[in-house]
Ligand binder design. Structure first.
Ligand SMILES: [Zn+2]
Ligand SMILES: [Zn+2]
Length: 202
């Protein structure tokens, strides 16, 4: 799912607070980030990328990021996707070649298949992470000291569920990374909980 790119881009800029990843499973680690929201205004289409400066509240470091406009970011996403698809095409052609040609050609075809699939896999990941904000490892598939994460603006169909009488808010999960049916069910269930709740006394 490509990220939602807005001209007034809401992001969370965060500082990683643990040096060594905490093990959360046999081969995964989790990282704690502490951050705050910022709004980055992207340059107009046709304008060159601009620099966004931020001072980290955690470590006091000043950092600079390169920010691309909306159209330029979409082009970057499309370019990464094209490279990923090329990798996939190389993989398919190489695997097909292994069966059709075989023999001595395998020495070339097998590495080509590996390179093709690796390109498709990694570049595909970069394509879906491309947010047009670059620097200090932002948008790259690495664990960086500082991170920039896009904050989606809430679409109209996923309104905030707040009780008008007591101000109680019923939270639920929504977002473009969730399957639409799943998010809609979360919304309906949360709405039912809100309708059934007992108002807190003021
Ligand atoms: Zn920092
Ligand atoms: Zn209420």
């Amino acid at each position: 799912m490509p990220l939602a790119i807005d001209r007034d881009q809401k992001i969370v800029f965060a500082h990683r607070t643990n040096f060594v990843g905490k093990p959360t499973g046999p081969s995964t680690a989790s990282w704690d980030y502490k951050g705050e929201e910022h709004v980055i205004v992207r340059p107009d289409d046709g304008q060159p990328a601009k620099t966004w400066q931020v001072k980290c509240k955690e470590c006091g470091k000043s950092l600079e990021f390169t920010v691309h406009g909306v159209a330029a970011t979409r082009r970057r996403q499309a370019r990464w996707r094209a490279i990923a698809w090329t990798g996939l095409a190389v993989l398919i052609a190489a695997v097909a070649g292994c069966f059709v040609i075989g023999g001595a050609a395998l020495a070339v075809l097998i590495p080509a298949a590996i390179i093709g699939s690796a390109t498709g896999y990694y570049v595909g990941g970069i394509a879906s992470d491309e947010m047009g904000i670059r620097g200090h490892g932002a948008g790259m598939p690495i664990v960086a000291k500082h991170s920039v994460t896009l904050v989606e603006s809430r679409p109209a169909e996923f309104e905030e569920l707040v009780c008008e009488k007591c101000g109680h808010e019923e939270p639920y999960r929504w977002g473009s990374h969730l399957r639409k049916g799943f998010a809609e069910r979360q919304y309906r269930e949360a709405k039912a909980r809100l309708d059934a709740h007992t108002c807190r006394p003021k």
